[in-house]
Design a protein around this ligand. Structure first.
Ligand SMILES: [Zn+2]
Length: 230
């Protein structure tokens, strides 16, 4: 699949180049031996934050993608994660008391240095928020909370790409997904379409919810019980 994709190189290379500049702060992680190369490719050093970043208007910004501070391996790339609509309430925050949710959110974000763990974004323009990631077992019909992540707004909507639909930001979000995962826009759009299709199918079924992961944060006994929870 990958070789087939790379084999069609000219078309897809052009698609990657067509990804518009990310409007957000895009920091890089640059080993000493690569400093001259990233500067030559157009990266700029920020003396306040003390690291290199990609200028917003750089035309060949894709050449710097391999240094983008993702903080996660490509294996754990930003993956769309849509909770079936039949799981209600849909957000973890509604299963916890407000103070518990706020403390949990702070802990998750602080563990990642208040950065987005997918694109590396941080700061006023790209504040991080806590989001949940679920494993969805189609056989047992159990949705399991598997991870809590620190994400910026743009990556959050990529995780929940259904929120981009109908709000005029679908293309921008697909571009962001392509940018963060360093894939073509065409491939990102296909992933998003596939996720929406799967989500619609799953939303026709009833699901049980497993929140045992909260034990890692000492909150297993603080969950408000609903009919869905195991
Ligand atoms: Zn992000």
């Amino acid at each position: 699949m990958l070789s087939a994709f790379l084999g069609n190189n000219m078309t897809n290379y052009n698609v990657i180049l067509s990804v518009p500049p990310n409007p957000y702060f895009t920091p890089l992680v640059v080993p000493k031996q690569d400093v001259n190369e990233v500067l030559w490719l157009g990266a700029i050093f920020d003396p306040v934050r003390k690291h290199y970043y990609i200028p917003h208007n750089l035309p060949n910004r894709n050449l710097l993608f391999k240094w983008v501070a993702r903080g996660r391996s490509q294996k754990n790339a930003l993956k769309i994660n849509l909770l079936p609509t039949t799981v209600k309430p849909a957000a973890l925050r509604w299963y916890l008391e407000t103070d518990d949710w706020k403390a949990l959110s702070r802990e998750v974000r602080a563990a990642k240095g208040d950065r987005c763990e997918f694109c590396g974004g941080a700061g006023r323009d790209q504040p991080s928020q806590c989001s949940e990631v679920y494993t969805i077992d189609d056989q047992s019909k159990i949705v399991t909370l598997s991870e809590l992540v620190s994400v910026c707004r743009a990556c959050y909507i990529c995780l929940h790409i259904d929120q981009a639909d109908g709000r005029g930001i679908w293309h921008a979000q697909v571009n962001h997904l392509a940018y963060v995962n360093n894939i073509s826009r065409e491939m990102a759009n296909q992933q998003a379409q596939d996720a929406i299709f799967e989500w619609n199918m799953r939303s026709e079924c009833e699901w049980a919810l497993d929140l045992d992961h909260l034990a890692e944060y000492g909150l297993q006994d603080r969950v408000k019980k609903t009919g869905l929870i195991l």
